[in-house]
Design a binder for this molecule. Structure first.
Ligand code: VL7
Length: 134
């Protein structure tokens, strides 16, 4: 049975988000607000097709993709960059490489116990988030 990340997840911890935002060049005012919010992840996993919504009182972000198929990602409302993104399974970890202006950029999701984990990385900076089912 493959891992199923589907569900509605509430953020319970967020480490090093400031460094990650700095690496992405997010301005001071936006960072101050962004680090106050506790986003919710709403994930729909249907075979190889995914919809991941990151929802907050400040901004929302939507990404849709098929595992193994590179797609054009526009990080609109975040750092507003264009990436060629590719999501694959690395064993039980759903891993995205976001090829673009920023080096070594991407994220990885996995489940450990009843928690959803997310690491987002950019140019050597790693932000670590944990979520629990809503
Ligand atoms: C998306 C934010 C910092 C701008 C607002 C931040 C708070 C959040 O891409 C993401 O998740 C992946 C994996 O689940 C799927 O798209 C995370 C949030 C990262 C980066 C940029 C700060 C402004 C609002 C929407």
């Amino acid at each position: 049975m493959p891992v199923d990340l589907s569900g509605t997840w509430n953020m319970v911890s967020n480490e090093n988000f400031e460094d990650y935002m700095l690496a992405l060049g997010i301005d001071f005012a936006t960072r101050k607000i962004a680090k106050m919010v506790k986003p919710q992840k709403v994930i729909r996993q249907n075979g190889d097709n995914f919809t991941i919504r990151t929802l907050s009182t400040f901004r929302n972000y939507l990404v849709q993709f098929k595992v193994g198929e590179e797609f054009d990602e526009d990080t609109k409302g975040l750092d507003n960059r264009k990436c060629k993104s590719l999501v694959t399974w690395d064993n039980d970890r759903l891993t995205c490489v976001q090829k673009g202006e920023k080096m070594n950029r991407g994220w990885t999701h996995w489940i450990d116990g009843d928690e959803l984990h997310l690491e987002m990385f950019c140019e050597g900076h790693v932000c670590k988030q944990r979520f629990q089912r809503a």
